[in-house]
Design a protein around this ligand. Structure first.
Ligand code: GTP
Ligand code: SPV
Ligand code: MN
Length: 589
């Protein structure tokens, strides 16, 4: 008995009876506890110590080579009614789901420690924050949860005060992909995950709770739980606007959240304040604006590609007290991944590095680090009321068609742009990489209910407020005829954000097209950039025929949701398609 909350004690006891651990440890989140767990993991090889001179407190974890990313095909939403999960989710009946998982969990912690991990998603005193308890048999998960959430005694105290919490049960099991499932029971606020120790599969506060369960709760409670970064942009006049941006996994959220202003901007006084890099919970305030918190307390970021050139803020926070997973190592025992200078000696599996084996770091290699170590960490990130959002940005990896930036004409159009998003798949989930798929609002893997209802929920905000954020779409990943990226990206993305914020303040013009408002080229500051002739043409290009095909394809996709799809969304799509057709007719005449 370790809690004043009977419901929590009873749940822990019932899980212990099922999983039969050798001992039970209630985590208090203290430094001493963390140090003891790390020492044990260093002793048994779960963690490897890194160079203590250059990377004090840093460790490396090598996962099972078959357990390196999220597994969308093994992720289920278990609602009583199949249609509540929708065609966007794999579904299992709750009773079947529990039976399947409990059979896997039976006796699975024999000889091991069961850790009880109370955590709070969001500032501990925020009315927008929510709590959960993860039971796990993985000390690596505990160490990550301590960095990624507010974990320990303070969270437990809040849980005892509130009396309710999300129940997450996790075991690494045998790491056999045939005995691996991640199940969500949104009606019961419960999660069961078995057979993986990796990231979103195992750190249940993150995707399972803060996105899948939270999105389900948010719908009935009138708020939004989104796969979005939150960043504050301070202009030379000292005003800070907050932007929330939804890009699919490994499509640039961490990098935009920690952006380093490019030359010319820094000198003028532009500053960037990081609030969050992956998840955003937001709800309308009394003034009708959306106020957002980052439910997380750390970053579980993509390592490959992170360098002083692309994201020196990220590198600056990774030289102490970080956990690296599946990166390579140099001969000096420092972490290494593709994009860093120097040479790897060992690859992510601990083999001597041989380019014939592929990259030294796994493409989904990650770092885990406390948000407080980020040089651009915003003091507002701890504000219990959240930050007001001026602009919502959608974006994905699109080699063709989609220009650098365009703006929605209004909220409903913005929801259509989000719902019609597509992006090339990445190494963040197992399966093929580089395949374009629809990923509405970057939530395809993370929405805990039927997308048709989710779109209706998004649309419903339009009627509630006239001070909602402006909505934009960006594409940092447009490719030229030689296959290389046309836009420099990273810090230079501030040039595009500057235009957006000017639009929010009514200080920049735009060119109206049926698919949205395009920037006047001279209004995006390209000073000091050496854009190729192709880039200058293509990045701002409006390809009417291409968009006609795109709108038709979006129509086919939305039709998969059947009669549950909000009429207003399809009407908006038809409005855009008709405007494109009218324009084409006029051009032909
Ligand atoms: P998740 O944590 O999986 O949700 O991903 P994320 O959206 O935070 O992605 P992240 O910022 O970590 O970027 C993933 C990869 O895209 C990294 O290899 C980056 O170097 C690369 N990347 C990020 N921003 C840009 C950009 O503006 N241009 C280009 N070309 N690459 C980028
Ligand atoms: C993502 O895949 O979007 C991530 C990484 O942020 S994981 O936590 O593994 O889901
Ligand atoms: Mn993510």
């Amino acid at each position: 008995m370790h809690s004043r909350l009977a419901a929590l004690n009873e749940w822990v006891a019932s899980v212990a009876a099922l999983t039969t651990p050798e001992r039970i440890h209630w985590c208090d989140g203290s430094e001493a506890e963390d140090a003891a767990f790390k020492a044990a993991m260093l002793a048994d090889g779960t963690l490897l110590a890194l160079n203590d001179q250059t990377h004090p407190g840093c460790t490396l974890h090598r996962s099972h080579p078959g357990d390196v990313a999220r597994v969308e095909h093994l992720t289920f939403v278990c609602t009583s009614d199949r249609d509540d999960a929708g065609p966007n989710n794999h579904w299992m009946a709750p009773a079947e789901g529990h039976a399947k998982m409990d059979a896997l969990f039976a006796g699975c912690m024999k000889g091991r420690t069961l850790y009880v991990v109370p955590y709070c998603m969001g500032p501990i005193d925020s009315p927008l924050a929510r709590c959960g308890v993860e039971i796990t048999d993985s000390p690596y998960v505990v160490a990550n949860m301590r960095l990624m959430t507010r974990m320990g005694s303070a969270a437990l105290a809040r849980i005892e005060r509130e009396g309710s919490f999300v129940r997450g049960l996790h075991s690494t099991g045998e790491l056999d992909p045939d005995r691996r499932f991640i199940l969500h029971f949104p009606e019961e606020l419960a999660i069961k995950s078995y057979g993986s120790g990796y990231g979103g599969n195992a750190l249940l506060g993150k995707k399972c709770h803060a996105l899948r369960i939270a999105s389900y709760q948010a719908r009935s409670e009138g708020w939004l739980a989104e796969h979005m970064l939150i960043v504050g942009i301070e202009n030379p006049q000292g005003q800070t606007h907050y932007i929330a941006a939804a890009f699919p996994s490994a499509c640039g959220k961490t990098n935009l959240a920690m952006l380093i202003p490019p030359e010319g901007y820094r000198e003028k006084g532009w500053k960037v304040w990081t609030v969050g890099d992956d998840i955003c919970w937001m709800r309308p305030g009394a003034d009708g604006r959306l106020y957002a918190i980052n439910p997380e307390a750390g970053y579980f970021g993509v390592a490959p590609g992170t360098s002083t050139a692309t994201n020196s803020n990220a590198l600056a926070m990774l030289d102490r007290d970080a956990i690296f997973t599946n990166v390579g190592l140099t001969a000096e025992n420092t972490p290494w991944w593709e994009g860093l200078p120097g040479r790897p000696a060992w690859d992510w599996q601990g083999r001597e590095h041989d380019p014939a084996h592929g990259p030294a770091a796994h493409p989904n290699a990650r770092f885990t680090v406390s948000a407080k170590q980020c040089p651009s960490y915003s003091p507002k990130a701890e504000d219990p009321q959240g930050v007001p959002i001026s602009a919502i940005v959608f974006g994905g990896r699109r080699a063709g068609l989609v220009p650098l930036v365009f703006e929605a004409r209004d909220w409903t159009h913005g929801v259509l742009i989000g719902a019609g998003m597509a992006s090339e798949t990445t190494a963040a989930a197992t399966g093929a990489v580089g395949v374009v798929r629809r990923d509405p609002m970057a939530m395809k893997p993370f929405c805990g209910y039927n997308f048709a209802d989710y779109f209706a929920h998004w649309l419903s905000f339009g009627a509630k407020s006239d001070t909602l954020p402006k909505v934009f779409h960006v594409n940092w990943f447009r490719k030229g005829s030689d296959g290389s990226f046309l836009w420099p990206g990273f810090g230079d993305n501030l040039r595009v954000l500057e235009w957006m914020l000017k639009r929010c303040e009514g200080k920049a013009g735009a060119v109206e097209t049926p698919v949205g408002r395009f920037p006047k080229r001279e209004e995006i500051n390209l000073d000091g950039l050496k854009l190729s002739e192709e880039a200058q043409r293509v990045l701002f290009d409006y390809d009417r025929e291409g968009w006609q095909a795109e709108m038709a394809s979006i129509g086919e996709y939305l039709a998969e949701f059947g009669p549950r799809l909000p009429v207003a969304l399809e009407a908006e799509r038809q409005r855009v398609a008709a405007a494109l057709a009218a324009e084409a007719k006029q051009a032909a005449a």
